[in-house]
Structures are given as structure tokens and as C-alpha cells.
Ligand binder design. Structure first.
Ligand code: MN
Length: 392
């Protein structure tokens, strides 16, 4: 793929080399994403999104929280019937009946979680650390006895006591957990803090570390990548970064960072990212901002004369990679900052011709219209061209 990112990413000491097989991106659009206030997917919506995630080629997805409702269980069972290549996980508390409910949906595995910070233990769960520890170990042992994949999540891990977290991860690992997850439940850590935390855990616990970040400070993706740099090898994401409060680490941003800024070629069909984003936009009724990284409509749109002129000669002058890679399209936008190059690009795109000496008139007309605050769309541009031609 044609792309060019900063070579400084790949100097010794900065570059992270990893076999793509060792990296698990597990998407939780259908679980944490659905916990976005006001969002509710129908079983059909969930299936359609799951099929698209499967087409993208992620190794795992979290499909829901089975104890929530009968509809949720029906949705998960429907997804299971579709026999996806992507492994399907469900969320459970560290409660036996939650795990039984998940098992009744035939899922490939579970993510079982318990609050680990004193805030969660004292105010939410009202239990001691000892009790939380035994609940976590029992849940992992019970789920593992059914032969499924089990990840254990330390909820609010980034605000919990490190020794306690280490104890939890050590004992759940010994109980058979296939992976341990750090949840930055309130998005309250910064990248260097995350690196420190992951390093501490990695040094003492022999298990794969997963990471689930929230975007309360706009750092979900940065923190996920910091965790990856420190040795975490599973990253939780959601399409468009939806999720509780400010949302989660965005799937499209995480996978494109790994692909281009880390140079790791994951076996994904990256070109469905835009389509997947629009699908989730449709079912959440949450419009994707035009300036959203990777999937926003402005990401490959150019208006300023200098940019348009350069991009027409070599797109990489003002784009880090080609839009088709993520299923996007390059667009030239008419507006106040337009120059000759923009007008020529538009004429070419719409297959229109005007005498060379009239192109300057078009620039003036476009700028005048844009400065009234009106949008200069293709239709308006065609009218301008028509006007010029009819005069001639
Ligand atoms: Mn979450």
C-alpha cells in the first residue's frame, strides 16, 4: 500500500517488532459500545455488525452481557449460529449464575470482571479485597471447568492498589485464566503511567495482558498503544470509539496505528473500516464527526489551493496513506480557500469544460458564494459553469 509516515517511528529503541499473530484486537462495540447512553442494538443490528467485524477479520469480539436481557441472549445466540471466524466472547460478573447464562448462549469464551479499586470495593460491591479475590478465582475456575476461553478483567485497575492487582492476576492466572485484562474504567491514566503499570504486571505475571481503555481524557487510543509498547498484547476497541461516557479506544484508530505507525501487518481487510464505521453510525444514530481520524468525511478531503495542487501531483504530500486502504475516497471541496487547481480538479471530476480564460471567473464565483456562508456543492458549481457557457 502506498503510504509514508515518519521514519522516526522505526529507529532503534522506538520500533516495536512483534509477530502479528501475537496481537489480539478484540472489539467490544456490541457490549461496551452498546452501553453508550441511549444506544440499543436490535438482535438484527448486532448480527449485521458482527458479520462486518468478522469480514474485517478480528480474532475476537465481545458480543454482549448475557444477564442483561432475553433480547441480549437471543442476539448472542444468533451471532453464534452465524459460525463466524471471529471468536465470540460474552461479559460476566464473577458470579456463577452469570457464567451459566453466558454458557447457555454457546459462546466461545467469557470475560469475567470484578471491581478492584477501593472505590469499587467499598462503595459499589461493599466487599473486602479477600472476598473479591476469592470470587475472581472461583469464577475463573468454574468457567475453565467448562472448557471455554476465559479472560479475567480487573475493573478500575488503574486506580487500584498494585499489590492487590498483582495478587488477583497471579491467582486468576493460576486458576487457569487465558488472559488478564487491565481496565482503565474511568480513563484516568496517562500513557507513561500505563507503561509503568503494564511493566509491573508483565514482570511478575506470566500471562497475556489485555487492555481496555476509556476516553474520558481523550487518551484511550494513546493509552492502549502505550500498554502495547510495554508488552500488552490484547487491545479492546469499539467502532467509532463509542462506549460508556466518552467511549473507548476506537477500533479504526488502533488498527491503523498498528498497521502504519508501528508497521505491523495484521491480517485484516482494512478496506471495510469505513463501511463498518457507517454501519455503527446508522444503528447508534451517533453521527461520525467529519474530522474523526481514519473514518471521518474530511480525512481525505482537500480545499485549500496549495493542498489540492500538491495532492493532485502526489497525494502523500498531504495524506499519510491512500484513502482506498480504509474504504475512503479522496474529495476536493470547493470553498473560500480554493485555487486554480481545485477548479481544474472539479471540472475534471464532473467532466465539464470551460474556456481557459473563464477559470479565473469560476474561482471568483466560488469564493464569493463560499463567503456568504453557503456550501458550494457539485450542483452549485455546475450552475456556475452553465452560466459562464451560456454567456459565451
Ligand atoms: Mn468499559
Amino acid at each position: 500500500m502506498k503510504s509514508f509516515v515518519s521514519p522516526y517511528n522505526f529507529v532503534e529503541g522506538v520500533n516495536i517488532k512483534e509477530d502479528p499473530k501475537n496481537i489480539i484486537v478484540y472489539d467490544t462495540t456490541l457490549r461496551d459500545g452498546e452501553q453508550t447512553p441511549g444506544v440499543c442494538f436490535s438482535p438484527d443490528d448486532k448480527l449485521e455488525i458482527a458479520l462486518k467485524i468478522d469480514e474485517l477479520g478480528l480474532p475476537q469480539m465481545e458480543a454482549g452481557f448475557p444477564v442483561v436481557s432475553e433480547g441480549e441472549r437471543r442476539a448472542i445466540r444468533n451471532i453464534m449460529k452465524a459460525s463466524l471466524t471471529t471468536e465470540v466472547l460474552a461479559l460476566t460478573r464473577t458470579i456463577k449464575s452469570d457464567i451459566d447464562t453466558a454458557l447457555s448462549c454457546d459462546v466461545d469464551g467469557i470475560i469475567t470482571f470484578i471491581g478492584t479499586s477501593d472505590l469499587h470495593l467499598n462503595y459499589k460491591l461493599k466487599i473486602s479485597r479477600e472476598k473479591a479475590l476469592s470470587a475472581a478465582v472461583d469464577a475463573v475456575e468454574y468457567a475453565k471447568s467448562h472448557g471455554i476461553f476465559v479472560a479475567f478483567t480487573a475493573e478500575d485497575c488503574t486506580r487500584a492498589d498494585l499489590d492487590f492487582v498483582l495478587q488477583l492476576f497471579k491467582q486468576t492466572t493460576e486458576a487457569g485464566a487465558d488472559r488478564i485484562h487491565i481496565a482503565d474504567t474511568t480513563g484516568s491514566i496517562r500513557p507513561m503511567g500505563m507503561k509503568h503499570l503494564v511493566t509491573q504486571i508483565k514482570n511478575k505475571i506470566n500471562n497475556t495482558i489485555g487492555i481496555h481503555c476509556h476516553d474520558d481524557f481523550g487518551l484511550a487510543v494513546a493509552n492502549s498503544l502505550a500498554a502495547f509498547e510495554a508488552g500488552a498484547r490484547a487491545i479492546s476497541t469499539t467502532v467509532n470509539g463509542i462506549g460508556e461516557r466518552a467511549g473507548n479506544a476506537s477500533l479504526e484508530e488502533v488498527v491503523m496505528n498498528l498497521r502504519l505507525l508501528y508497521g505491523i501487518e495484521m491480517p485484516f481487510k482494512y478496506e471495510v473500516l469505513y463501511e463498518l464505521s457507517r454501519l455503527v453510525e446508522k444503528y447508534t444514530l451517533m453521527p461520525v464527526p467529519n474530522n474523526k481520524a481514519i473514518v471521518g468525511d474530511n480525512v481525505f478531503a482537500h480545499e485549500s489551493g496549495i493542498h489540492v495542487s500538491a495532492v493532485r501531483q502526489e497525494p502523500l504530500t498531504y495524506e499519510p496513506y491512500m484513502p482506498e486502504f480504509v474504504g475512503q475516497k479522496r474529495r476536493f471541496i470547493l470553498g473560500k480557500h480554493c485555487g486554480m487547481s481545485c477548479i481544474e480538479a472539479k471540472l475534471e471530476e464532473l467532466n465539464l469544460k470551460v474556456p481557459p480564460n473563464e477559470k479565473e471567473t469560476l474561482i471568483i464565483k466560488v469564493k464569493e458564494m463560499a463567503e456568504t456562508g453557503a456550501k458550494v456543492g457539485d450542483r452549485e458549481f455546475k450552475n456556475m459553469v452553465q452560466e459562464i457557457l451560456s454567456k459565451g
